[in-house]
Design a protein around this ligand. Structure first.
Ligand SMILES: [Zn+2]
Length: 128
């Protein structure tokens, strides 16, 4: 699964989000890293989020907090939360392959399918 690592991706995306938050006068950005990412993605680990948050609080005249409510939560539990909120997962996308339909084979698809299976429901997304 290391082939899905995009070097420095989350530092870049968080920097953009923080800059945008400052422009909106928002004091918080939400970051969706979860516990299943820690082994593979260095920029999803708690130590990265902690240090990035430290920088975000001092990088501008306006402090912006990086809020990561799912940092230590599994994708299975995140799905449980989303289902309890009534989210329509037919409108969500997880696959790393940019095709018309999700591949069902990449790491992200596999984790998504496992989360649905463990929650005892069928994924509403169409797969190849
Ligand atoms: Zn996929």
């Amino acid at each position: 699964m290391k082939q899905t690592v995009v070097p420095n991706r989350n530092m870049i995306l968080l920097s953009l989000a923080i800059g945008y938050a400052v422009s909106l006068e928002a004091n918080k950005v939400y970051y969706g890293a979860h516990s299943g990412d820690h082994a593979i993605y260095p920029d999803c680990r708690p130590e990265f989020v902690e240090k990035m948050n430290d920088v975000s609080l001092i990088a501008n005249y306006e402090a912006v907090e990086i809020y990561s409510p799912y940092l230590n939560v599994s994708k299975i539990e995140i799905l449980t939360d989303g289902l309890s909120l009534g989210l329509d997962y037919a409108d969500t996308w997880t696959c790393y392959n940019g095709r018309e339909k999700a591949c069902g084979k990449c790491g992200a698809c596999q984790e998504r399918l496992e989360a649905f299976e463990k929650n005892g429901i069928e994924d509403p997304l169409a797969y190849e």
